[in-house]
Design a protein around this ligand. Structure first.
Ligand code: P6P
Length: 341
């Protein structure tokens, strides 16, 4: 008989812990705390239109971007949940210029640090477009019992012990990985649980969706321009022309492409000569998920995102992520036309 019992996030996390014989359950508990924070943010996002939590918080983050009230709210919710866990000794957040150090005794002994974009795509909050939380977890490098240090956060993405995102959309979903594949959960508000909805997310090697802000076309690298034209050419043998889909919310664009197949690109542009997306709390966690689902993530110049050694908390990199064969094709054009820049 088919087992159609609902499995919750906490049950799945505990089950997966058995795959790590030496696990002390800390990472499991941490993922549960993240799930709890996500439920709290879900409640606010879902009624943002009803309470005075929309709009500009009249403050700006290090990126110089105006902070939306929900941004700041989400940052506070995840920060409190992480400190309550006693497992995290510090946080690097898009919403804060410097690392946040937890100096209570329990947290000082925490073995992990978190990099987070508490509410990505926040410019879409007021217009009811899907937004998301993106997180990345590392073992600390600094000694236990001492304050977290910058070195704990400036680790290459290959060192992530877990990563994931929550998408607050037509339904709220969480997708995460601990390196044993990508797992998807859908939030059931009726029971207040994230329920297993895809126990092994696999992204198609090919797709027909390309996601890029073509408003920046003029200043894209030639390779990107050529790849976009390649996507638009009429060639039935290779299922072209592809479809252009761009929501302007990384988590929403990536999640759709992960399921259906596709490529998301944020290349260098005039206003973002190093690309716009941040390595630590946007590109690395999304790249980890993409690779675990059979996809690929590079900077467009043949460099695997997960192998880039970070030099700054808010470092930006060009980002090409999604179906393996589509990223490879984009890389081909980038390589062929790079000399002509
Ligand atoms: P643009 C949101 O600000 C974000 O960081 C990603 O979620 C999104 O994909 C991208 O920026 C959108 O940027 O320049 O196309 O509006």
């Amino acid at each position: 008989m088919e087992d159609n019992r609902v499995l919750t996030l906490n049950e799945v996390v505990i089950q997966m812990q058995s795959a790590f014989p030496y696990a002390k359950g800390e990472l499991s508990r941490l993922l549960m705390h993240i799930g709890l924070a996500a439920k709290i943010v879900h409640n606010q996002v879902n009624k943002a239109g009803l309470v005075n939590i929309l709009g500009d918080a009249k403050s700006t983050n290090i990126q110089g971007e105006s902070q939306q009230k929900l941004d700041v709210y989400a940052d506070n919710v995840f920060r409190k949940a992480m400190q309550a866990s006693g497992i995290i000794c510090g946080i690097a957040s898009e919403e804060n210029d410097e690392i946040i150090i937890f100096d209570d005794d329990l947290s000082l002994d925490g073995n992990y640090v978190l990099c987070i974009d508490p509410l990505d795509g926040s410019s879409n909050i007021d217009v009811n477009v899907s937004i998301g939380t993106i997180f990345s977890i590392y073992h600390r490098l600094s000694p236990n019992g001492t304050k977290a240090q910058l070195c704990d956060f400036l680790q290459p993405g290959t060192e992530q012990v877990a990563a994931g995102y929550i998408i607050y959309g037509s339904s709220t979903m969480m997708v995460y990985t601990t390196g044993l594949g990508a797992t998807g959960f859908t939030y059931d508000a009726a029971i207040g649980e994230f329920c297993l909805s895809n126990d092994h997310v696999v992204t198609p090697e090919d797709g027909r969706i390309y996601s890029v802000n073509e408003g920046n076309y003029i200043r894209f690298p030639r390779g990107v321009k050529r790849y976009i034209k390649y996507c638009q050419e009429d060639d039935k043998a290779t299922n072209r022309p592809y479809t252009s889909r761009y929501i302007g919310s990384l988590v929403a664009d990536f999640h759709r492409n992960l399921i259906k197949g596709g490529i998301y690109m944020y290349p260098t542009t005039a206003s973002n000569p190093n690309g716009k997306l941040r390595l630590l709390y946007e590109c690395n966690p999304i790249a980890f998920i993409a690779e675990q689902a059979g996809g690929k993530a590079t900077d467009g110049n043949g460099n695997r995102i997960l192998e880039i050694k970070p030099t700054d908390l808010h470092q930006r990199v060009p980002f090409f992520v999604g179906s393996k064969n589509m990223v490879d094709k984009a890389e081909e054009f980038m390589k062929e036309f790079s000399e002509e820049e």
